[in-house]
Design a protein around this ligand. Structure first.
Ligand code: NCD
Length: 299
């Protein structure tokens, strides 16, 4: 039997997403419960792009589940790929050393290809400018914890074109009947393919450049950084105005502010102590969600 993998957020049904949210929430209340199935299992982490939160929260999640983690020194010069080994050969071998593998890679489409040559579940830990489904699941968990529902109004603000967290997130939110507002300069606006899929899922999607008129109406302000490593030319048009105190003075008092992190100027630290700023809590919630994900795929 082919084991399930998580490459796009669309690989999960609505019901499965809600199950994962419930599991993450149960884990936060009592993580001991989940130890039996995952004890002694091995997670392989293969990251070909930089990461702090994803790699460490996956490791933390696996250790908290009583499992083990294998990885290589994150500098690829210490792997056999530096000797010319193909990615395919590397993954094929590494997958025989573990029970599940989480991979981050810059090339969109590569994970599907790799999945077809291995026989353990593969988790997308961020694929170039494509998707980042486990970040989305953590984000949905944070939203659900806060509002007890997902049919909310969300405004994406930032680099919606190259920021993969936005792509998985718009697909997921559209499945849950959210109202979606995409705020970005034209150069960084949400790619058509994701807008079309969100509309196909039945969502109402608004595109705009100006955030101000939406601040009083939104439940979630989802901010992300300019993906400088993916943009060939930074111009005045691609600059993002920082979310600061003056701006959030106009934000709905019940709204929350999320950011997948890292932030590099698009959220002013002066708002960190505002009770609506939830981005650090969001990063913390990722461990419980990744525990739920590992438990789910290691069945
Ligand atoms: C994001 C990513 O890698 O896409 N980081 C993360 O996993 N939390 C966001 C980003 O790098 O901007």
């Amino acid at each position: 039997m082919k084991l399930k993998s998580l490459i796009s957020i669309h690989d999960l049904s609505k019901k499965e997403i809600l199950t994962l949210i419930n599991q993450a929430s149960e884990i936060q209340n009592n993580s001991q419960k989940f130890f039996e199935k995952t004890k002694g299992k091995i997670l392989g982490l293969l990251f070909f792009e930089p990461s702090t939160r994803t790699v460490l929260s996956f490791s933390s999640a696996m250790y908290r589940l009583g499992g083990q983690v294998i990885t290589y020194n994150s500098d690829l010069q210490y792997t056999s790929m530096a000797k010319g080994e193909s990615l395919e050969d590397t993954i094929k071998v590494v997958s025989s050393y573990c029970d599940i593998v989480a991979i981050r890679h810059q090339q969109v489409g590569i994970l599907k290809k790799l999945q077809s040559i291995i026989s353990i579940p593969l988790i997308n830990a961020g694929e170039g400018t494509g998707e980042h489904p486990t970040q989305t699941l953590s984000d949905l968990f944070t939203i659900y914890k806060h509002f007890k529902k997902l049919d909310i109004t969300i405004a994406f603000y930032g680099d919606l074109k190259y920021g993969r967290t936005n792509h998985s997130m718009i697909l997921a939110m559209s499945q849950f009947n959210a109202n979606i507002i995409c705020i970005a300069p034209n150069e960084l606006q949400m790619p058509d393919e994701y807008i079309e899929q969100a509309q196909k899922n039945g969502a109402n999607v608004i595109l705009d450049k100006d955030i101000n008129k939406y601040l009083s109406k939104i439940d979630v302000l989802y901010v992300s950084r300019l993906q400088v490593e993916r943009i060939s030319r930074i111009t005045k048009e691609t600059e993002l105005k920082s979310i600061d105190q003056k701006l959030i003075d106009k934000l709905n008092s019940k709204a929350i502010i999320l950011h997948p992190m890292p932030r590099v100027g698009e959220i002013n630290p002066e708002i960190d102590n505002d009770r609506r700023a939830k981005y650090f809590e969001q990063a913390t919630n990722a461990v419980a969600m990744r525990m739920a994900i590992l438990d789910f795929y290691l069945r």
